[in-house]
Design a binder for this molecule. Structure first.
Ligand SMILES: C[S@@+](CC[C@H](N)C(=O)[O-])C[C@H]1O[C@@H](n2cnc3c(N)ncnc32)[C@H](O)[C@@H]1O
Length: 267
């Protein structure tokens, strides 16, 4: 899995995941609070960007955060323990081979993971096994087909299209947000509700200009530049213009919009 993961595990990608989580904390976490004593599984915690928020917002829940990458688990542990949080344990584990008994958890939280998996419904099914009856799963995913911006740019859309294609070639689906409802229902969850969470950025929201438009979204597209150029997916001039045009939307008269999807289902 780690070799195919389109964003990789570099320092820059870790920073991007922290910026992404920081920028979106209110939008994505405002209605996620777990009760005192409840057992929560965070699946695919990466470098702990969401774990830090979960432990802060639900300080008395007992959180178990897993990831398939030992390096990411080490980083997540260092971050969250450095923040003085004591209500989380970390474990290297594969979502498809969970080392937990049936019905071990009251709640499950999954963020920006399904988009990278060849079998997202299978992952949701595997997670349902370890969720108790009436327990909830919360899933958050993006959808790269939802990015629109001013000034508009064909080269920028083409650059985003290259990332979509590379992620698809690695077995993922960067437009998975729009599929959350059928995926959750298909995996057997009940009372499924999915809602779009729109990020809209203009220069009156300077922290979002920096943390979302530049450091989350454009940085993510920029990261695949080497692959795009080495595979001849775009010529260098058009690629550079596409990236520059994305940064251009972060200027004073620019705007940028993107839609995340947050789904909740019950076992
Ligand atoms: C984009 S990162 C998201 C990390 C974190 N949830 C966040 O929002 O910052 C996706 C993570 O899923 C992990 N992952 C991918 N396949 C997995 C699997 N089968 N089991 C557990 N973790 C997996 C990757 O190692 C990576 O850390």
């Amino acid at each position: 899995m780690s070799l195919e993961y389109v964003h990789g595990y570099s320092e820059r990608e870790s920073e991007r995941l922290y910026d992404q989580a920081g920028a979106l904390v209110e939008l994505l976490h405002n209605d996620t609070r777990y009760p005192s004593g409840s057992k929560v599984l965070e699946a695919g915690c990466g470098v702990g960007a969401q774990t830090s928020i979960l432990t802060r917002n639900s300080p008395n829940a007992k959180i178990t955060s897993i990831d398939i990458s030992p390096e990411s688990i080490s980083k997540a542990k260092a971050l969250v323990e450095g923040e003085g949080r004591r209500n989380v344990v970390f474990q290297v584990a594969d979502i498809f081979h969970l080392p937990f008994e049936d019905a071990s958890f009251d709640h499950i939280f999954v963020c920006f993971v399904l988009e990278h998996l060849k079998d997202p419904e299978g992952a949701l099914n595997s997670l349902r096994r370890v969720l108790r009856k009436d327990g909830t799963i919360t899933v958050i995913e993006g959808d790269h087909g939802s990015a629109y911006f001013h000034p508009d740019s064909e080269d920028a859309h083409q650059a985003i299209g290259c990332l979509v294609k590379l992620q698809a070639e690695a077995g993922g689906d960067s437009k998975i947000g729009r599929r959350l409802y059928p995926l959750l229902v298909g995996a057997g969850y009940q009372d499924v509700q999915v809602a779009p969470r729109v990020v809209y950025v203009d220069s009156s929201r300077p922290h979002l200009v920096e943390e979302f438009t530049k450091n989350t979204f454009t940085a993510m597209v920029e990261e695949v530049g080497e692959q795009v150029l080495s595979q001849g997916m775009m010529d260098e001039k058009a690629w550079k213009k596409g990236i520059a045009d994305l940064y251009r939307t972060a200027e004073l008269d620019g705007t940028f919009s993107y839609t995340f999807f947050k789904g909740i289902g019950k076992n």
